[in-house]
Design a binder for this molecule. Structure first.
Ligand SMILES: CCCCCCCC(=O)SCCNC(=O)CCNC(=O)[C@H](O)C(C)(C)COP(=O)(O)OP(=O)(O)OC[C@H]1O[C@@H](n2cnc3c(N)ncnc32)[C@H](O)[C@@H]1OP(=O)(O)O
Length: 208
């Protein structure tokens, strides 16, 4: 059986431990905490405080950062990036996508870009690339036969402005497998309108 046929038959090994996710780490309130973190990031995009208010807010946030640093755990034990029940697995550095469908056919996700993701009059192109890279990780994860796949390159064509504050639909799939190389395609739509499409090459590597 060729590697393409093996991959076409679906993943035969378990996902790496770090990619399996869970829905309990950090407790039931963790999702609301991450939502507040996102809200701080959003709100920070639209303020022009005077010096007094800026210093007051800095002091408030510093106290929160200190509290979080005091309960830090090794990254593999952290709740962020592991919570499969939360948008973007509870990782606030990722745009908050929600997985609609996932399997060997690829991944479909809904994404609402927010104020924090704003470029000039539309979502920042880098955030769109980030979304595609992450979703390509999901799509390839379900096609490699062992280990996982890393991005070798990722190219985005921005076809029309990508709005914030409304649900958009992303689809990413593995188009072709050639040995360790996975050729990945993706699209981002606002309704029927194509906002961006993506071509990427992922390379299968052993799990570290
Ligand atoms: C669920 C969570 C999902 C998260 C998903 C997130 C995904 C990511 O962002 S990963 C982080 C970003 N990517 C990286 O850091 C990768 C850094 N680079 C590397 O580690 C390596 O260069 C890597 C793995 C891409 C390839 O290295 P290596 O395994 O040595 O491959 P190598 O033997 O050189 O090449 C294999 C094949 O790929 C091709 N190839 C490798 N890189 C490229 C490239 N950039 N462009 C075109 N072809 C390439 C080679 O030509 C070769 O082709 P062939 O077999 O036909 O001769």
């Amino acid at each position: 059986m060729t590697s393409t046929q093996q991959a076409d038959a679906g993943r035969t090994s378990e996902l790496p431990k770090w990619a399996r996710g869970n829905s309990h780490r950090g407790g039931p309130g963790f999702g609301e905490l991450i939502e507040q973190v996102r809200s701080v990031m959003d709100a920070s995009r639209f303020i022009a405080p005077g010096d007094d208010v800026a210093r007051e807010l800095t002091a408030d946030l510093s106290r929160i950062v200190e509290r979080m640093q005091a309960i830090a755990v090794p990254v593999d034990d952290a709740a962020a990036d592991s919570r499969e029940d939360l948008p973007a697995r509870g990782n606030p550095s990722l745009p908050p996508f929600e997985i609609i469908d996932l399997g060997s056919e690829g991944v479909v996700a809904e994404i609402v870009f927010r104020a924090f993701h704003l470029g000039r009059l539309s979502a920042h192109g880098g955030n769109i690339s980030l979304l595609f890279d992450e979703l390509a990780g999901y799509a390839t994860m379900h096609r490699v036969t062992s280990g996982f796949a890393r991005t070798a390159f990722l190219k985005v064509d921005y076809r029309s402005l990508t709005p914030i504050d409304r649900p958009l639909r992303a689809r990413v799939w593995v188009e072709e497998i050639d040995g360790r190389k996975l050729h990945v395609l993706g699209t981002l739509h606002d309704g029927d309108r194509l906002c961006a499409d993506m071509t990427a090459l992922f390379i299968q590597v052993p799990d570290a």
